[in-house]
Design a protein around this ligand. Structure first.
Ligand SMILES: C[S@@+](CC[C@H](N)C(=O)[O-])C[C@H]1O[C@@H](n2cnc3c(N)ncnc32)[C@H](O)[C@@H]1O
Length: 290
């Protein structure tokens, strides 16, 4: 059945609201824009435009999925991060705004280095951290590791889209495992590891994201533990480890790091004042304590 933009949006918003989707108007608009290839502004300015029948049937199909809490970004296939567009699929975590705090902490540290630097991104997912750093610093090279082969395929696509595939190396494995014994040393290791405990409940949308990108054992700290115990041997003498920390867990994570010889240099909060990021240096590489 044919419809114009006004009617399609009105019906879609009603459907999503009925299923308690938090921002029904926004989601209805974003999906219609993705389906028709028209900008949101064009749809708002021209409610009389007719939506093609084929687009309309895709639209209703997407709306049915969205009504069951399937993430908007998996339907549109993209997410903005640090001002760039990243391809996302159900194989990768959808990049979150709080991870931009981690990226900024990395940029601030890298700005203090004099020579072209090397970065290791552990649990790269869509590649949003490593690729943003490569885009921001043209002399940088990066290595990105993920346990998921499917995630690395998404990173490859993103690195080609962002034209920095020539400065990125991809490795599959657990944390720094593929680098152990290679003798390689990075100036910076960064990670936003999975950090939800298996017993914790998550938002309905998050249940559609890959389990290994979200959950980390009974405590939620399993991947942090592995990173803390193995990463020092792949860092340069002045190297830093920068970690995203889970909501309300920063103190616990800092303490866990301390037990593995990591000295806390800095904490960074989000706009609500919640700590989201730790900057650490290993005692084996730190200078003499004063
Ligand atoms: C929270 S997601 C973060 C993805 C991306 N860095 C971001 O900030 O959006 C965690 C990522 O770590 C990967 N992962 C989980 N356990 C891992 C491990 N032991 N070693 C390497 N990667 C792991 C998951 O596949 C997932 O891509």
């Amino acid at each position: 059945m044919a419809a114009n933009v006004r009617d399609a949006l009105r019906e879609a918003e009603k459907q999503l609201a009925r299923h308690n989707i938090k921002m029904p108007r926004n989601d209805a608009l974003v999906l219609l824009s993705a389906v028709t290839g028209q900008r949101v502004e064009t749809l708002l300015a021209h409610p009389e435009l007719q939506v093609r029948e084929h687009d309309l049937s895709t639209y209703w199909e997407w709306l049915r999925k969205r009504a069951r809490n399937y993430p908007l970004q998996y339907l549109t296939g993209q997410q903005e991060f640090f001002g760039r567009s990243f391809v996302v699929s159900p194989s990768v975590l959808i990049p979150r705004p709080e991870t931009e705090i981690v990226v900024q902490a990395c940029l601030d540290f890298l700005a203090t280095l004099e020579k072209p630097a090397t970065v290791l991104d552990i649990g790269t997912g869509s590649g949003c951290i490593a690729l943003t750093l490569l885009c921001e610093i043209s002399s940088l090279t990066a290595c990105a590791v993920d346990i998921s082969r499917e995630a690395l395929q998404v990173v490859t696509e993103n690195s080609q889209n962002l034209k920095c595939d020539d400065r990125l190396e991809l490795l599959q494995g657990s944390t720094v495992g593929p680098l152990i014994g290679t003798g390689r040393r990075f100036d910076l290791a960064v990670s936003n590891p999975p950090y939800v405990a298996l017993s914790d409940s998550v938002e309905p949308e998050v249940r559609h994201e890959p389990g290994q990108a979200v959950f980390a054992g009974q405590s939620g700290l399993e991947v942090y533990s592995e990173i803390f115990s193995k990463t020092a041997c792949v860092l340069a003498s002045t190297g830093r480890l920068i970690l995203e920390t889970s909501f309300g867990q920063t103190e616990k994570i800092a303490q866990l790091g301390k037990e593995h010889g990591w000295h806390e240099m800095e904490r960074r909060p989000d706009l609500a004042g919640i700590d989201r990021c730790l900057v650490l240096q290993h005692i084996s590489t730190a200078g003499p304590t004063r």
